[in-house]
Design a protein around this ligand. Structure first.
Ligand SMILES: O=C(O)c1cc(=O)[nH]c(=O)n1[C@@H]1O[C@H](COP(=O)(O)O)[C@@H](O)[C@H]1O
Length: 246
């Protein structure tokens, strides 16, 4: 694999804007503007600041991944997908645990919003598999799913593909198995990224930015290693350097 350019590396990074309000999130986004990375809006920010913070990020030129992990009955997810598509995000996720009909309903909701002319483009829709905080023992002993984490992840990935979704969220450790099962074009979005020596926190299935790139992931979701750094722009810069040297 040829080395990534800095611009290509930045285009693979999704910064998790896990902040309590729009002001804090936009101030952080502003520090990172120009690098060319995506912004991920998750529950903490969206539940506090709502759609307007997404519109603001879009108006500042960012690509936005809206991470609300929808998990509900198919009809509700279909309506949620219509609303999110109208909002104009570039990517959003649903939870694979909702099953085939629920994931298919998300794809239908996107199509309805686009076909009705209420949305300019169709976002990429992906499914969460097993959260990167879930360890092998948590999967087997707490959640009660037997077998290897990787097998559980691949099972969700195949279901997501069957439902017409474009990819999954998983750990970078599972990328090869997912691509093997679902094809190289099936998108992998991988949190659980920790530069060497960084605090693991609540993450369990992790790798470094370098190993994530070498492992062939499409997108690296990175939060605290950037957002909790004393200089987030410098932390992002160091990560991008590591990615280009992978
Ligand atoms: O869907 C996600 O983005 C997600 C799925 C998953 O399995 N694990 C996971 O960490 N995430 C998100 O990715 C981000 C990781 O943040 P850090 O652990 O701070 O790097 C958080 O915003 C999580 O909500």
């Amino acid at each position: 694999m040829a080395n990534l350019s800095r611009a290509d590396a930045a285009g693979k990074v999704m910064v998790a804007l896990d902040k309590p309000d729009a002001a804090a999130a936009l101030a952080l986004a502003e520090q990172l503007r120009g690098a060319g990375c995506w912004m991920k809006v998750g529950m903490e920010l969206f539940y506090a600041a709502g759609p307007s913070v997404v519109r603001e990020l879009k108006s500042r030129g960012f690509r936005v991944f809206l991470d609300l992990k929808m998990h509900d009955i198919p009809n509700t997810v279909r309506g949620g997908a219509r609303s999110i598509t109208r909002l104009g995000v570039d990517m959003f996720n649903v939870h694979g645990a909702g099953g085939l009909d629920m994931m298919s309903a998300a794809a239908v909701g996107v199509k309805e919003a686009v076909d009705s002319g209420d949305a300019e483009h169709a976002p990429i829709v992906i499914a969460v598999t097993q959260l990167t905080s879930t360890s092998q023992s948590v999967l087997n002993e707490q959640i009660g799913i037997p077998g290897q984490v990787e097998d559980a992840v691949v099972r969700y990935a195949k279901l997501a593909r069957e439902a017409g979704l474009q990819g999954v969220v998983a750990s970078p450790l599972e990328v090869a198995a997912i691509k093997n099962a679902c094809g190289t074009g099936f998108i992998t979005v991988t949190p659980g990224i920790r530069p060497r020596g960084a605090d693991t926190g609540d993450q369990s299935r992790i790798t470094t930015p370098r190993d994530a790139v070498t492992g062939g992931t499409d997108y690296l979701v990175i939060g605290r290693p950037i957002t909790a750094a004393s200089d987030p722009a410098e932390a992002l810069d160091t990560i991008l350097k590591e990615m280009t040297e992978a």
